[in-house]
Write a protein that binds this ligand. Structure first.
Ligand SMILES: [Zn+2]
Length: 96
């Protein structure tokens, strides 16, 4: 349960499928266990991670859940900006 925004400290409410900050609109899916609120920049980074992740694993030989285990058992929704950037680097994806 997320109650306050990690960016601005304002109240976080449930809006549809997401937790959302009433002030800056940072959000994360309610269903993600230990999800970390994301601002626009982090959400875009997570999309990039997901695209690369899917290209590597979902269309490959392992299942999605196996891929998460290979990914340190961490969901992108739990990763902050630095973690997303280093994941992209480690996976050979230049970030600009
Ligand atoms: Zn906020």
């Amino acid at each position: 349960m997320i109650e306050t925004c990690r960016y601005c400290g304002y109240k976080v409410v449930i809006n549809g499928p997401n937790y959302e900050c009433v002030n800056c609109k940072a959000s994360v899916g309610v269903r993600i266990k230990n999800g970390l609120l994301a601002d626009k920049e982090l959400r875009l980074l997570r999309v990039k991670c997901h695209q690369l992740f899917d290209a590597q694993w979902v269309f490959g030989k392992v299942t999605r859940s196996q891929a998460y285990i290979n990914n340190g058992n961490k969901h992108f929704g739990q990763m902050d900006k630095e973690e997303c950037l280093s994941w992209l680097n480690e996976n050979g994806h230049a970030v600009n």
